[in-house]
Design a protein around this ligand. Structure first.
Ligand SMILES: NC(=O)c1ccc[n+]([C@@H]2O[C@H](COP(=O)([O-])OP(=O)(O)OC[C@H]3O[C@@H](n4cnc5c(N)ncnc54)[C@H](OP(=O)(O)O)[C@@H]3O)[C@@H](O)[C@H]2O)c1
Length: 246
């Protein structure tokens, strides 16, 4: 598959797994994250560059460098995202809310709006959005994170309408529980608390999600996979998880 694939948040978890999956398909890659030193794992056909999606200048520098390295962008994987804390709304803090909204919603928009015009002109392109089951059903303490993921649904719908006739595809991949650094970030480095999230159950792996992304990306050009909701077999809803006690 001869495509230039740009992945945001490729330093860890799902983004990194997507990079490996697209590398296997023979794509050229542009990978961004704030911890750019962690992007170097994927050596073949990968251009690595610092990216903070919450900073417009950083987004511009990253995309300009990616296009200079590998030419027009064929696939954008909007993966960069995070949750902060698990506080109820009445106990939450503006700082955590702002970080989630600025990263998960505004950051995604800032990257996407700069990539879309060339896709429309070139009449080809595929935008991926990594949403969440939390965007379909809220959970206790996840109100603002879930709101950021819910917001991605009308954004995807609008882009599909706005690009109609230009062959641009828009796919939302909405996972349940995936074991990555997500919970460590959510609990600000508290490894023990993060490990409890996955205790006694079998979560999805980052590779499971990358599989879905790669599958959707390799459908024929006239086929758009709108949305994939993917859950571990042991999870029925955000907070209903089958666990085997130790
Ligand atoms: N794990 C789950 O259970 C789960 C479930 C549903 C959806 N998701 C979504 O999946 C996506 C990937 O998360 P993950 O599970 O793979 O977690 P992860 O292992 O913590 O990876 C998150 C990635 O996002 C990047 N990132 C965060 N803020 C960024 C910023 N301002 N600019 C650029 N990159 C940034 C991080 O890189 P740097 O820190 O190096 O910048 C990292 O590469 C997120 O959108 C998350 O909401 C995860």
């Amino acid at each position: 598959m001869n495509r230039h694939v740009v992945i945001t948040g490729a330093s860890s978890g799902i983004g990194k797994a997507c990079a490996h999956a697209f590398a296997k398909l023979g794509c050229t890659l542009s990978l961004g994250a704030r911890r750019s030193d962690r992007l170097q794992d994927i050596k073949e056909n990968a251009f690595c560059h610092a990216l903070d999606v919450t900073k417009q200048a950083s987004v511009e520098r990253f995309l300009a460098a990616a296009i200079a390295a590998h030419g027009p962008i064929d696939v954008l994987v909007n993966n960069a995202g995070l949750a902060r804390g698990l506080e109820k709304i009445a106990e939450g803090t503006g700082d955590a809310w702002r970080e989630m909204i600025e990263t998960n919603v505004l950051g995604l928009l800032e990257v996407t709006r700069r990539v879309l015009p060339a896709m429309i002109t070139n009449k080809r392109g595929h935008i991926f959005v990594i949403g969440s089951i939390g965007g379909h059903k809220a959970y206790l303490g996840g109100g603002v994170y879930c709101a950021t993921k819910r917001a991605l649904q009308p954004i995807c719908e609008a882009i599909r309408m706005e690009t109609l006739g230009s062959n641009v595809r828009v796919t939302s991949i909405d996972p349940g529980m995936v074991e990555t650094e997500f919970s460590i970030v959510r609990f600000k480095g508290d490894q023990e608390r993060a490990a409890k999230v996955y205790e006694g159950t079998r979560p999805l792996s980052a590779d499971d999600i990358a599989d879905c992304v790669a599958w959707a990306a390799t459908r024929p050009a006239h086929v758009n996979i709108d949305q994939i909701i993917i859950m571990p077999t042991d999870q029925a809803s955000p907070q209903l998880v089958h666990r085997v006690p130790k």
